[in-house]
Unconditional design. Structure first.
Length: 118
């Protein structure tokens, strides 16, 4: 069973940086597409970034400020967040996705809180 554990959240001033980490276990990490999502209070969970076999994608709201990367040797995916804004305040979730025989399987971490003060 896939398990994901996020870390690295915290309180930071606007303009600052944080790096989130997500450690993957239970299956072969390199076989999974990895992503980051976030959920602000009273809002729906939204896509932030994804990485799959070297191809990355970002939400327009974070493009140019956030960078997703992965280290297959450490089974870890990272989200480097620079130039943070108060609107980036949310719980950030790590996602692992695999597709087999036409079915998609998603796994989620427990989330890590990011708070950006103005």
């Amino acid at each position: 069973q896939v398990q994901l554990v996020e870390s690295g959240g915290g309180l930071v001033q606007a303009g600052g940086s944080l790096r989130l980490s997500c450690v993957f276990s239970g299956r072969t990490f390199s076989s999974y597409a990895m992503g980051w999502f976030r959920q602000a209070p009273e809002k729906e969970r939204e896509f932030v970034a994804t990485e799959n076999r070297g191809t990355t994608g970002y939400a327009d709201s974070v493009k140019g400020r956030f960078t997703i990367s992965r280290d297959n040797a450490k089974s870890t995916v990272y989200l480097q967040m620079d130039s943070l804004k108060p609107d980036d305040t949310a719980v950030y979730f790590c996602q692992a996705r695999s597709t087999r025989l036409g079915f998609t399987y998603d796994y989620w971490g427990q989330g890590t809180q990011v708070t950006v003060s103005s």
